[in-house]
Design a protein around this ligand. Structure first.
Ligand code: UDP
Length: 234
């Protein structure tokens, strides 16, 4: 295995499947299958899941809701997704722990770094809910921060696009994909990989990122095995 401990970032939007809102059961099941395949290889897995399929803080102001309040609503949305993912993973016999950036003791443990590392060492899949627990941050930043804290080998950003392109491939058919690219080049070319906070955290801590298509079967396993999938940023 090329990677022994991974931090997988899944967006909330990806969980919607073809729906406009919420959680698509088939998509959830598919993700669980992919994750289980990798777990069965003995890889330690931490997961950060977004909340964009339910609520985003930036939406709040349009509805007359205070931004900070909206961000907490977004964080709670990630906990809903995390609970769904946890339940689906456990149904297949995997051991998991859900750790939250804000205290919700009835449903999850608070995030404690040492405890999270211990869970990973014991082979439990650790899902980080509620982001870092502070407004004005994103789940991408959470992914970078938790990956650094967990000393993960890599951040795997699962998206619906199969890597980093010269332009948005959904808008520009002439866009071409980078198999790999440096942090500096991403920055200089103004490519959109993650928000700058998330991106800079990885760059400053020499933590590679792989952007890949999570909806393509077998991709996650292939990456862990060392195959060239998606775009490696290092
Ligand atoms: N959020 C936050 N602090 C964090 C993580 C998330 O305030 O540390 C809020 C923010 O409002 C964000 C929402 O939670 O819009 C959902 O997360 P995100 O947009 O990153 O989800 P994704 O785009 O990955 O689905």
């Amino acid at each position: 295995m090329k990677y022994k401990r991974i931090l997988l970032k899944l967006s909330g939007e990806a969980l919607m499947g073809d729906n406009q809102y919420g959680i698509d059961a088939a998509r959830l099941e598919q993700y669980v299958k992919e994750i289980k395949e990798v777990k069965d290889l003995g890889v330690e897995i931490a997961i950060v899941i977004g909340g964009g399929n339910i609520f985003r803080g930036v939406q709040a102001e349009d509805s007359g809701i205070d931004r900070v309040q909206g961000d907490y609503m977004g964080m709670l949305a990630t906990v809903i997704n995390a609970m769904a993912l946890q339940s689906a993973l456990e149904k297949t016999g995997l051991y998991t722990r859900l750790m939250s950036g804000i205290k919700i003791e009835e449903v999850c443990e608070p995030f404690i770094k040492r405890r999270a590392v211990r869970h990973l060492e014991k082979g439990r899949i650790v899902i980080f809910g509620a982001g870092i627990g502070n407004p004005y941050f994103t789940t991408d930043s959470t992914a970078s921060l938790r990956a650094i804290e967990m000393e993960a080998d890599v951040v795997l950003k699962g998206t619906r696009v199969d890597g980093v392109y010269t332009a948005d491939p959904e808008k520009d058919p002439a866009a071409t994909k980078f198999p790999s690219i440096s942090f500096q080049d991403v920055y200089e070319k103004g490519l959109n990989v993650m928000d700058m906070t998330a991106f800079t955290l990885c760059q400053e801590n020499n933590l590679p990122i792989i952007v890949f298509d999570m909806n393509k079967k077998g991709n996650l396993k292939a990456i862990v095995a060392g195959e060239e999938v998606g775009t490696l940023i290092s």
